[in-house]
Design a protein around this ligand. Structure first.
Ligand code: GLP
Length: 241
């Protein structure tokens, strides 16, 4: 794993953008695996700024997102489909038809997982952006998820519900289930770019980089990926330096 330790969030975002820019500029038809959460927002701001200043085009780019809350749709400002539009897609020249995410409102959840999984088999990610949960989850693959997992519906853990409740009016509004790519779908990406910032991610980053490769720490599977770059700030790197 390649590790880049940045001084702060801004520098982390700029370094992450360098990795992303290389993919987008060398392959205008690339498939980008994208993530939600606070962590990649700075990366997305850099992508938008570059698009506006330098005209980097996303017209032929395709995207696949990691996960979506079960029950939320694009009209909910807490849904990940809404997040992606607001924080990235609306400010790029990307074709909405080329952006993909699980349908949180699907009534047949099994069928929706099968549909999305088939799509992932067609659209191998040239790069997959990831954040990391404080318990070591990636996407919504909680501790104990098999490394061989593909798209599925998960019951969120109490710690994830608590972490993510900061973005909802109150904790009762946080959905208890979500659709997520599985760990095998993530590992299928040609390149992984995982970001982490802040002291509350230090333990998870330790597990990602130096801990035992175990299903108890989903992110640890990335130690087995041939092209994985971690970009983190000094606070998140505290236990690996
Ligand atoms: C959520 C998402 C993950 C994300 C994690 C960390 O649970 N499903 O994809 O990595 O939160 O979020 P944040 O970047 O806000 O710390």
């Amino acid at each position: 794993m390649k590790i880049i330790v940045a001084k702060n969030y801004e520098e982390m975002s700029a370094r992450a953008f360098e990795v992303m820019a290389e993919v987008v500029k060398t392959n205008p038809q690339a498939v980008l695996g994208l993530a939600t959460g606070s962590t990649p927002l700075g990366l997305y701001r850099n992508m938008i700024e570059d698009h506006k200043k330098n005209g980097t085009s996303y017209k032929q780019i395709k995207t696949v997102n990691l996960d979506e809350y079960a029950g939320l749709d694009e009209n909910s400002d807490q849904s990940y489909v809404y997040f992606m539009r607001k924080n990235l897609f609306d400010s790029l020249d990307i074709d909405r038809k080329n952006t993909n995410i699980e349908d949180g409102t699907a009534s047949d959840r099994k069928a929706e997982c099968a549909r999305y999984n088939a799509l992932l088999h067609e659209l191998q990610q040239d790069i997959q952006v990831l954040g990391i949960g404080s318990n070591g989850h990636i996407a919504f693959n909680e501790p104990g998820t098999p490394f061989g997992s593909e798209t599925h519906v998960v019951d969120l853990t109490e710690s994830t519900i608590k972490d993510n409740s900061r973005l909802f009016k109150n904790i009762d509004e946080v959905p208890r289930q979500a659709f997520t790519m599985g760990l095998k779908n993530i590992m299928n990406a040609k390149k992984i770019l995982i970001l982490a910032n802040g002291e509350n991610k230090a333990q998870a980053v330790y597990g990602l980089v130096k801990g035992e490769v175990t299903e108890n720490v989903p992110a640890s599977v990335l130690q087995l990926h041939p092209d994985c770059t971690l970009v983190c700030d000094e606070a998140a790197a505290r236990l690996i330096l």
